[in-house]
Design a protein around this ligand. Structure first.
Ligand SMILES: Cc1ncc(COP(=O)(O)O)c(C=O)c1O
Length: 425
């Protein structure tokens, strides 16, 4: 498609967008009375308008039934989490029993490493991308130390080549190959939080399995953002938060995926609690743990229902969207944004470079050689919500469920104004 930077062009794209009505399902924050152009769905998704009613339903049941709500409310709390498994399984390409909702992301990765990081003197290394999200780095380091190994030798980080902005697939595969049977685990982000690159999850998984390592993915930036086929790719485990592209609300509950081959395995260690025990036995309060025959066996505590309510509201929206329409609109939005940013970059007196490769989801990470922080401040104070990553990168994520092409046109106008103002001051 030939893009244009005229407003009419953006409005035409909006008029022919088959998902345009979805924007109305979300609260768009306002700045001086006008809706902002919101590009931080990769950090915190917008609130579905239906979320409040889902929460209020739980509040009402609690008000009127109190403890009886666990079993006798219309949506009994003791099995409320089960409603989330099917829509999530469809978003990550899993079988329903392979998915459960519990805890938060970093906590889940720790729990999953109890099962899937079992180092031995010969096979003790973990491979990840260099500068993975800090929480993952801290998690990996603390796990390695917990097992008595040295992060310096046990954690292998794959770097980008000097002067390049993306990881090359051949370098990732080569690193797995060269560490071979010393690798206990490959645990990476499916989409890198900083540059927005989508990693070749299928080929990395296959290569790691070929060398006998377990493979897990942190899907914080991938779920709801790119198509996933965890089961068919043979991924061992994964976890993801729900507050980014899944629009569930700040700090909300996370989910896990465990490949079905590990369900019902008695030889796999796991930290256990009463919510993972077989439903039929849970309230018999027996001394021994009898696991659920699905990923719920990894659940530990009873579920946070008030948090799961807005999460369910959001998943009910996803259920109604044909995934192909989501990906088609995403590709168009991001290509249009790339066109707008590149045409501004061509006129700017300093380098403005899109770091994100073609293999991407919604996010574009943009390097500003100069004035980045001042331009970011200008955008934020003029109704364009984006985010700043030190020392010189801004991330923009147009989300197909609620962003319009007009939002991107607005970004272009404000970006140009911000650059001009920064140069003059
Ligand atoms: C890639 C990635 N991993 C892990 C986390 C940490 O998530 P949480 O604080 O929910 O554990 C984040 C948070 O933004 C993230 O982006």
């Amino acid at each position: 498609m030939n893009f244009s930077n005229q407003l009419d062009f953006a409005l035409e794209l909006d008029a022919s967008d088959p998902l345009k009505s979805y924007r109305d399902l979300f609260h768009i924050p306002r700045h001086h009375g006008a809706e902002v152009a919101y590009f931080t769905g990769n950090s915190l998704g917008l609130q579905p308008k239906s979320a409040r009613a889902y929460v209020e339903r739980v509040m009402k049941d609690w008000e009127t039934m109190a403890v009886e709500g666990h079993f006798y409310s219309k949506e009994p709390w003791w099995e409320y989490h089960e409603k989330l498994a099917a829509p999530l399984a469809s978003l990550v390409g899993a079988k329903i029993p392979e998915v459960s909702v519990m805890n938060t992301l970093t906590v889940n990765l720790h729990f999953l490493m109890v099962s899937f990081y079992r180092p031995s003197p010969k096979r003790f290394k973990i491979l990840c991308e260099e500068k993975a999200f800090p929480s993952d780095q801290y998690m990996l380091q603390s796990q390695v130390k917990f097992h008595g190994y040295d992060p310096e030798t046990a954690i292998v980080t794959v770097k980008k080549r000097p002067g390049e902005n993306v990881w090359r697939e051949e370098d990732l595969l080569e690193a797995i190959e060269s560490h071979g049977d010393t690798l206990a685990l490959v645990l990476m982000g499916g989409v890198n939080y900083y540059n927005g690159q989508v990693f070749p999850m299928e080929s990395i998984t296959a290569k790691a399995k070929e060398h006998g390592a377990f493979v897990g993915w942190d899907l914080a930036h991938a779920v709801g953002n790119v198509p996933l086929q965890l089961h068919d790719w043979g991924v061992d485990f994964a976890s993801w938060c729900s507050y980014k592209y899944l629009n569930s609300g700040p700090g909300n509950a996370a989910a896990i995926y465990i490949n079905e081959q590990y369900l019902n395995r008695t030889d796999l260690p796991r930290f256990e609690g009463w919510w993972g025990t077989d439903k039929g036995l849970r309230f018999k309060m027996e001394p021994n743990f009898t696991p659920m025959d699905n990923a719920d066996a990894w659940q530990v505590s009873n579920a946070p229902i008030l948090a799961m309510a807005p999460f369910l509201a959001s998943l009910d929206i996803f259920k109604s969207v044909p995934p192909e329409e989501l990906w088609t609109k995403q590709s168009l939005l991001v290509s249009y944004m790339s066109f707008i940013i590149e045409s501004i970059a061509a006129r700017a007196p300093f380098d403005i470079i899109i770091l994100t490769p073609e293999h991407r989801g919604s996010q574009l990470s943009v390097y500003f050689q100069e004035h980045g922080r001042a331009i970011f401040d200008y955008l934020m104070s003029h109704g364009v919500v984006t985010d700043w990553r030190e020392p010189n990168v801004m991330r923009f994520a147009p989300v197909p469920l609620y962003n319009s092409f007009k939002d991107i046109h607005t970004l272009g106008k404000r970006l140009e104004e911000g650059i001009n103002k920064a140069i003059l001051t």
